[in-house]
Design a protein around this ligand. Structure first.
Ligand SMILES: Cc1cc2nc3c(=O)[nH]c(=O)nc-3n(C[C@H](O)[C@H](O)[C@H](O)COP(=O)(O)OP(=O)(O)OC[C@H]3O[C@@H](n4cnc5c(N)ncnc54)[C@H](O)[C@@H]3O)c2cc1C
Length: 431
């Protein structure tokens, strides 16, 4: 039997190194490079600043750890990745410096599984090397959480697929070398059998970026990184359809499952950073003759925060452990991924609000990172599917293991149970 909450000392040494490196070398990037696409855009000035840091990470053998050795990663598995990500989550640049940033990490997995040797040479290798960016485009302007309403199609014409339709919130489309686009290839069957993923190279005629939408109020309109795309008779070669025709959602599962867990792992990092700020603050601020830390109402906030973060963190690591155990996204794994996906915005909302509140006016000023953390919470509630949809997955999977009551009274009907129990143990009362 193995059931351990310990990190082996050798890996702990790596984590300690990552922690120092993140605090000293990566977190300062957040204070200098504030453009919406800076951590991902290979042409941004931040890319030059990240380059030497990436070299150090590669030398330390910590680059692209989500991938197996055959793809240039260390194949650490999800638990180790979780422990790393909860440090990297402290900075917007952490994942990019370590080569495990979304959406590139998931897109690389799709190409590795389903790309032709030519596609791998042209796109996968430079992506793994951190030289290009990539985009995953599924959401449409009129339909996100309900794929049955997708209307962007690809029709076969000789050796090509011809794409027509619109896509929405395609992150990083404007600086990506290629896009993986979910398209309807057969309208006459349910969407989960009629959708496919096609690779569209940057600059393909017929692909237009209508505008770039931003998240948050402080980016100039048009200066965001989430593309509103239009495809008009956009032709791609037949071999650009990845996986089976009609198997788009199976292909997508390769990235979405992992991606959701990685968001959660990084959120642990955000939560811990917020908790550190809270504890420093309450041990520094006096009011009414004592430290905030000495007030019982503050202590309750500390205790609640500590407990919530620990519960969430253990759930995330447990999910990572399940993925390592099964090495696939089976039903049990999908249930836990959906549960932590839905839990993420909730725990962030409660903890970060509390930390901001304890900082008073400072907490909502531009002189702490708290307001930025706060502004990022809503996106975690919708990106990769809204919480409601994930809760439905959890509830359905949980309910699968239950049957309705066999008759008028439930299986836990006390008088019926007592009658049976008396038959078993009643004679002791008589004795
Ligand atoms: C920062 C960011 C980056 C993104 N990047 C990408 C990307 O790179 N590629 C991409 O394809 N998409 C991307 N998206 C889009 C994201 O995947 C969608 O926003 C998400 O799937 C929800 O779709 P929607 O926005 O159309 O909301 P809708 O589908 O319109 O849902 C709106 C709301 O309706 C409610 N709702 C929806 N379904 C149900 C239900 N079944 N039961 C009860 N209530 C429900 C929920 O409250 C939900 O939030 C990104 C989004 C954000 C915020």
């Amino acid at each position: 039997m193995s059931w351990s909450f310990e990190t082996d000392p050798e890996f702990q040494r790596k984590l300690d190194w990552i922690d120092t490196f993140t605090r000293e070398e990566i977190e300062p990037l957040d204070l200098v490079f504030r453009g919406a696409g800076d951590p991902w855009d290979p042409e941004s000035p931040a890319a030059k600043a990240m380059a030497p840091l990436r070299d150090i990470v590669k030398k330390e053998k910590l680059w692209a750890c989500h991938l197996g050795p055959e793809l240039g990663g260390e194949g650490y598995g999800q638990v180790k990745l979780g422990l790393m990500n909860e440090i990297l989550g402290r900075s917007r640049f952490g994942p990019s410096v370590f080569g495990c940033q979304a959406p590139d990490s998931g897109n690389a997995e799709i190409l590795a599984h389903f790309g032709t040797p030519e596609q791998k040479a042209k796109f996968l290798q430079p992506l793994l090397d951190g030289k290009i960016a990539s985009c995953y485009s599924m959401t449409e302007p009129h339909a996100g959480a309900d794929p049955a309403q997708f209307t962007c199609t690809a029709e076969r014409d000789g050796d090509e697929w011809v794409i027509n339709g619109e896509k929405w919130f395609a992150s990083h489309a404007s600086f990506s070398e290629f896009l993986l686009v979910m398209v309807v290839t057969n309208k006459d069957v349910p969407i989960h059998e009629g959708a496919s993923i096609v690779l569209v190279e940057k600059g393909t005629p017929g692909l237009e970026i209508l505008r770039n939408t931003a998240v948050g109020p402080y980016v100039e309109q048009g200066g965001g990184v989430h593309g509103y795309l239009r495809f008009t008779n956009c032709r791609v070669p037949a071999e650009n359809l990845l996986g089976e025709e009609g198997g788009g959602f199976l292909v997508a599962q390769t990235r979405l499952g992992g991606g959701r867990v990685h968001h959660a792992m990084r959120s642990v990092g955000v939560l811990k950073k917020a908790m550190d700020m809270m504890c420093e603050r309450v041990k520094s601020r006096h009011t009414k003759g004592e430290l905030l830390a000495d007030k019982q109402l503050t202590q309750e906030k500390i205790a609640d925060t500590y407990t919530q973060i620990l519960q969430y963190r253990l759930h995330v690591l447990y999910t990572a452990w399940l993925i390592d155990k099964y090495k696939e996204y089976n039903r049990e794994v999908r249930k836990e991924i959906a549960a932590i996906k839905a839990a993420t915005p909730k725990v962030l909302q409660e903890v970060i609000y509390r930390v901001m509140h304890l900082h008073g006016s400072w907490g909502m000023s531009d002189e702490t990172p708290l307001m930025t953390m706060w502004a990022n919470i809503p996106e975690l509630g919708v990106v990769d599917g809204p919480s409601e949809v994930h809760k439905i997955t959890v509830a359905r999977t949980v309910l699968r293991d239950y049957e309705p009551s066999p008759g008028l009274f439930p299986t836990y009907h006390t008088p019926t149970l007592r009658e049976a129990a008396l038959k078993k143990y009643g004679h002791y009362l008589e004795d």
